[in-house]
Design a protein around this ligand. Structure first.
Ligand code: BES
Ligand code: ZN
Length: 634
């Protein structure tokens, strides 16, 4: 071949290869909520050495990151990390085991160029890219840094905000993209790391993490942890406080402030039975121990599935184990979410929809079909209300969250629509086949992060043997990529709920007295259904009758109290307002706060009340809750 022709074909070939690479990049699910570069240089292990300073509300120390270069990584590629509000003090690198040497780094001020309204907010949410100019042979970097007092993942509690009232408390909440506010790392659920941590805490405080506790050689004030299985960054978690422990079984136990431990141990006594229920159907529990940590009341969520150590709100300690489906839920994430993980936040329904489905299966196995059905009915009602509220483009399971805070994707669509879709699949192929399918799904994708597309391909292949007719008969595309609910699914039913609906209508129509309701036998679920089935315009006199008969304003069950207080606000039922204020100022669970503040601001007088209560409560809420409520009251 003449030289020129060879050159030309070489160029053509290079162009062709470049094209392939470009298409791969376009097809591969770019995580729009990370500014890191795992497709070039990928972090595989994180080693933390951190000291909390409760006075300054700051964590300081270092993160040592091990990384590898991916196939096709260009020479001179930097290591790009996510950070938010971190102060970077020094960055050094090491080749193999050699000593660390300082290396150049650059902390981006903001993400990209701002050209449209709203982009400023998004840039703040993404944080600042930390670009480290690693040399070609480097295998580790060490970042010395400190966090900001306003770090989104951290809540620093004063002693008065704890049960014991004598020691401060700190906890993290990394999901969805808050890990970057306390650790510089590649903060994408598509990147998995093992981790190790040394946490330096003064006695009598102790640290717990989503990892194994490593016994130290008796050095006081040092807690060490090791997570040997690769997990996404949003599952790295830490809590520090005066924390006690009680064992519940050979591989389960509960951590909480000492005065809360006995109540928590009583509430969670069914945990081992729940684990066995999942294992019998969907494969072994792969994480060794399963413990729970009950947090102080300001924890902004119901629960968080931190591996080996679920974080939970104390508002589920009802005394009668009626709210423990939350434990079933967080436990189920040990399969759906922690083992098989959503690759990006638009695939969030793979985490939550599967988990709600598994949660209901656990509840059915451990507490019976009736209770599972009741929870499914309550879930569907919530879903229908959500569909009314949300714009069509937010009703897709595979939702587009580009340019938005992924925390905005946390609504009933991924949870309840996702679970309903899986229930529909189960009903169509039969439970046995569906259980086998799910079992194989967890096995096949174990310790991987996958996209909705990968799930669809696996479903088509393994559940339907590649038959596209079945895929379209079951409206798979509609469920995943269309708004609303497809027609023709089976609705969950509860005979008990139907009886209660009939009775409540009779009471509303003055055809029945409250004493004839047999309400003393109702479970929490039945109460929630009863209250939810009452007309929205029930006046204060009717509420007073209910209150006199059932003492609802005094209810210590957080779910019932929440539902009752909502009704109280709507009806301007004054006797409930002192309790409303106590409720809003003592707990920080966003699921309760948002609807209550949301209901209050519907009237001018309510708005004043909301502002007054919020002025007292705001400094005690978690940054995540503060964000949401600031928006609401704006
Ligand atoms: N993983 C979620 C919590 C979460 C989701 C935190 C997205 C941040 C961003 C957890 O498993 C969850 O779903 N918690 C629910 C309880 C559950 C029973 C539905 C909650 O906190 O309300
Ligand atoms: Zn969940």
């Amino acid at each position: 071949m003449p030289i020129d022709l060879m050159k030309i074909s070489a160029y053509l070939l290079m162009g062709f290869l470049g094209l392939i690479q470009a298409t791969q990049a376009a097809d591969s699910p770019r995580d729009r909520h990370s500014q890191s570069n795992p497709e070039q240089v990928r972090v595989t292990r994180v080693e933390l050495d951190l000291t909390p300073d409760f006075e300054r509300k700051e964590l300081s120390g270092s993160a040592t990151l091990h990384f590898k270069r991916m196939p096709g990584c260009p020479d001179g590629a930097p290591l790009d990390l996510d950070t938010r509000e971190l102060t970077i003090e020094e960055v050094s690198e090491s080749v193999g085991e050699s000593a660390f040497k300082p290396v150049r780094f650059e902390l981006g001020e903001r993400a990209g160029t701002i050209s449209k309204p709203g982009e400023e907010d998004f840039a703040r949410i993404l944080g600042a890219r930390l670009r480290i100019s690693i040399s070609d042979r480097a295998t580790r970097v060490r970042v010395k840094y400190r966090t900001s007092p306003s770090a989104g993942a951290l809540q620093w509690l004063e002693p008065a905000r704890t049960a014991g009232r004598s020691h401060p408390f700190l906890f993290t909440q990394s999901e969805a993209i808050h890990a970057r506010s306390w650790i510089p790392l590649q903060d994408s659920p598509g990147v998995r790391v093992t981790y190790k941590a040394t946490i330096r805490v003064p006695k009598p405080l102790r640290a717990v993490m989503s990892a194994d506790h490593v016994p130290t050689s008796g050095e006081p004030g040092i807690d060490q942890f090791e997570m040997t299985q690769p997990i996404p960054s949003y599952l790295i978690a830490l809590a520090v406080g005066e924390i006690g422990f009680q064992s519940l079984g050979t591989r389960t136990g509960v951590y909480a402030e000492p005065s809360v431990v006995p109540k928590a141990a009583h509430e969670f006594s069914d945990t081992e039975a729940m684990i066995k229920a999942v294992e019998a159907r969907f494969g072994p529990y792969r994480w060794g121990r399963y413990d729970l940590l009950v947090l102080p009341p300001s924890f902004p969520f119901g629960g968080m599935e931190n591996p080996k150590l679920t974080f939970a709100t104390p508002t589920i300690l009802a005394g009668d184990r009626s709210l423990v489906s939350l434990v079933a839920h967080e436990l189920a994430h040990s399969w759906s979410g922690n083992l098989v993980t959503n690759a990006t936040w638009r695939d969030f329904w793979l985490n939550e929809g599967f988990t709600v489905y598994l949660e209901r299966r656990i509840v059915e196995d451990v507490f019976g079909r009736d209770r599972a059905d009741m929870e499914a009915v309550l879930g569907l009602k919530e879903l229908r209300a959500e569909i009314e509220r949300l714009p069509a483009h937010d009703q897709l399971l595979h939702v587009d969250l580009a340019g938005r805070d992924p925390d905005e994707g946390m609504n009933s669509i991924p949870y309840e629509k996702g679970a309903l879709f899986l229930t529909t699949l189960e009903q169509s192929v039969g439970r046995e086949r569906f259980d086998t399918f799910l079992h194989d799904y967890f096995e096949h994708f174990a310790f991987q992060s996958i996209t909705t597309g990968e799930f669809e391909a696996f479903l088509t292949e393994r559940l339907f043997g590649g038959k596209e007719e079945d895929v379209s008969r079951l409206k798979v595309k509609e469920w995943i990529h269309q708004p609303g609910l497809p027609t023709g699914f089976q609705e969950p039913h509860s005979a008990r709920f139907e009886a209660i609906s009939a009775e409540s209508q009779q009471w509303v129509a003055n055809e029945r007295s409250l004493d004839s309701l047999n309400a003393s036998k109702w479970s929490t679920h039945e109460w929630l259904h009863f209250l939810g089935s009452l007309p929205k315009d029930l006046g204060p006199d009717r509420l007073a009758q209910l209150d006199q008969a059932f003492h609802l304003t005094k209810s210590e069950n957080s779910e019932i109290a929440h539902q009752w207080l909502l009704m109280g606000i709507r009806a301007h039922y004054e006797p409930a307002f002192p309790r409303l204020e106590t409720f809003l100022t003592s707990i920080g669970r966003r699921k309760f706060l948002m609807p209550l503040y949301g209901e209050l601001i519907k009237t001018p007088k309510g708005k004043d009340r909301a502002r007054a209560i919020y002025a007292k409560a705001r400094s005690h809420y978690h940054p995540i809750a503060v964000n949401s409520i600031d928006d609401l009251l704006k």
